[in-house]
Structure formats: C-alpha cells, structure tokens
Design a protein around this ligand. Structure first.
Ligand code: SF4
Length: 342
C-alpha cells in the first residue's frame, strides 16, 4: 500500500479519476484526511461504499505506528513512532495557552554531530519522505482532536531539515495549502544548524515560512567545536546567506542560542553576537543547555538572565526559552536519546 501522505494532490486526483469520474471526489477525500483527521476510508460516509473499499486497499492512512507516548506534568507529549522499515522518529507536542506547538522530525538521525545534541550523537539514519513528515502532523491533529488546536509547527525535531529539502518542500506545499493542512506560513518555522546551500534554496524555492538558525556561538573557533557544520560554512558565510533570506515586514529571523556554562556565555560573547546580527531583523532565543552525555551544562538561571540583559543593553532583542519536556528527553537536542540514537 502507498503512504497516502506521500502523494501530491494531482497524484491523488489522477488515481481517483480512474475509480470515480466525479471531479469533487479529490476535495472530499482531502477534507476527510487533512481537515477532519479521519484515518479510515470506511468512515468517509459521503462517498460510495465500493469506492471507499477500493481506496482502503490502495492507500495507507496510518503509515507509522505509535510505539511510545510520554507526557510531562506541564503537558508536553513526546510521541515515538515506528516507520515501515523499522526506523523510529519522534515528534513533540508542546501545549501553550489555548493551542499547541508541534515539533517535527525530518530525518531518522542526523549527520551534523552538534556537541550539545543527542540526536547527532550517533550519526546515520535516513531522510523522511514528505509523507512521513506530514503523517506526524496529521497524527498530532488526531491526538488533539482538531486541526486548529495545532497552531504552530517547528521543524526542530530529529535531523537537519535543509538536508532533506525535496521532502521538506513537498510537505510544506500540503502544510500551507487550503486543500491540505491550511497552516499560515507565519506559524511555520524551519530551523537549521546553518546549512548554507539549504538556506539559499529555501530562499529561492520555498514559501515564506519563518527561518530559525541554531547559532550557539559568537566566534568561529567555538562554533566549529560545538557544530562541525561551521568548519564548512563559517559564521560569515552563514550570515551572508541569512541576510539574503527574504523576511516579510514585521517578521524576524530567530537565532537559537544554547547557553553553555564557560563556553559561550561571556560579556564578550554578547558583544560579538550584537555585531554578527547587525542589520538583520532578528530575535535571539536563549536556551539553557540540557543535561547531556557530553557533560555540557547550562549556566545558572541568574547568569542566563544577565546574558539576556547584556544583549538587551546592546539593542539585541533576546528572549529566554523555558526548557520544556526535559524530564522525558523531549527538549531541544535530546530527541531519540532514549531509543539509542542513530
Ligand atoms: S542539533 Fe539538529 S542539526 Fe545538530 S545534530 Fe542535533 S538534530 Fe542534527
């Protein structure tokens, strides 16, 4: 059976027209699947039974299976899914007032080997198909019971999204289409470790979603130690690509900055950050480093606040992210550690 979510609207329409010539069938199916989150063709009761039976053997609406679900006291839910070939991926649903943010994966592991990240600890894995990316969202929609309850999407789970560009672009088409999941591009953020060719391609070919860059250091030596991608694309070349990225009015590029005690948390770091971000509509998101295998740790809460104040004094918009889901390994840089990494 084919993963339904791997199919473009045109492919769905083409196959459907072989079975039923009425032109409205495609939109009927799309509405059941993407708007109502139905995962069984037999429940699509406004279509003839024979057609539903044919579709049920043709297309798979449950291309992955949940093998584990963990929840913290603050309501953060981590789903562990197993894919057709036995690979596993995680997505994390983070509740906020009145809505949720879903963090999704784009690869089953990661080759980028960032020092603070559990996913990249054992490089490997494979790219997800666009259908496997979409299935994570549809699964969360079914879990919350309503498409509108999942308001924000962040591509910050396992993997580097810009290394899986074809699947990412195909998934974004469905995510943003009114016939698909109908998300506002303002509510979708693609986060990269700084894969410069990907930033350029997203700028040229992608829709106007938000960009987040995992920066984490203010100089090349430190950044190359924390993030090997910096040896290939140092800060200057990264910022050149970021400056060319189209940013809509009243929007900003987010720079994630994992604060690590004694590594990237000095007054000098804050000053250099200001210089790096000069001329970019930006926001720095400070994230306390989660406890991890490499022994890196966050500065004290007091020091994190001081670092934020230094940035604010220098005119850099900086927010502090409360680390959510840490107790279940669902926080930034912790995904997949519990199942052994890739
Ligand atoms: S932080 Fe992102 S890019 Fe870096 S190793 Fe982890 S998953 Fe890969």
């Amino acid at each position: 059976m084919l993963n339904f979510f791997d199919l473009s609207f045109e492919e769905i329409a083409g196959r459907l027209s072989d079975l039923d010539t009425r032109p409205f069938r495609t939109d009927q199916v799309l509405r059941w699947v993407y708007t109502l989150g139905v995962d069984d063709f037999m429940e699509m009761t406004d279509m003839p039974r024979a057609l539903r039976e044919s579709l049920a053997v043709l297309w798979d609406l449950r291309p992955m299976r949940e093998v584990e679900r963990t929840q913290t006291v603050d309501g953060t839910v981590k789903f562990l899914h197993i894919l057709d070939d036995g690979e596993m991926i995680e997505s994390v649903l983070i509740p906020e007032e009145g809505h949720n943010t879903l963090c999704i994966s784009t690869q089953t592991g990661c080759t980028m080997s960032c020092a603070f990240c559990e996913t990249g600890r054992e490089p490997g894995g494979r790219d997800l198909t666009s259908g496997e990316i979409l299935a994570q969202i549809v699964y969360a929609v079914r879990y919350t019971g309503e498409r509108l309850k999942v308001r924000n999407l962040v591509f910050m789970g396992m993997g580097e999204p810009l290394l899986n560009m074809d699947s990412l672009l195909a998934a974004l088409e469905v995510i943003l289409s009114e016939r698909g999941l109908d998300f506002s591009p303002r509510r979708v953020t693609v986060s990269t470790c700084g894969w410069v060719p990907g930033i350029k391609r997203l700028a040229a070919e992608g829709p106007d979603v938000n960009l987040a860059v995992s920066l984490n250091a203010s100089d090349d030596v430190t950044r190359s130690t924390l993030m090997p991608v910096n040896r290939k694309y140092p800060i200057d070349s990264l910022m050149e690509a970021v400056k060319a990225f189209p940013v809509k009015a009243r929007r900003r590029i987010t720079f994630e900055y994992v604060l690590i005690e004694g590594v990237n948390d000095t007054r000098e770091d804050a000053r250099r950050l200001k210089n790096i971000l000069q001329g970019v509509p930006s926001k720095v998101n400070l994230i306390p480093c989660n406890r991890n295998y490499s022994g890196l740790k966050a500065p004290t809460q007091g020091h994190i606040r001081t670092f934020q104040e230094w940035l604010l004094e220098d005119g850099v918009l900086a927010t502090m992210r409360k680390s959510r889901g840490q107790e279940i390994g669902a926080a930034c840089g912790q995904l997949r550690a519990a199942v052994g990494g890739k």
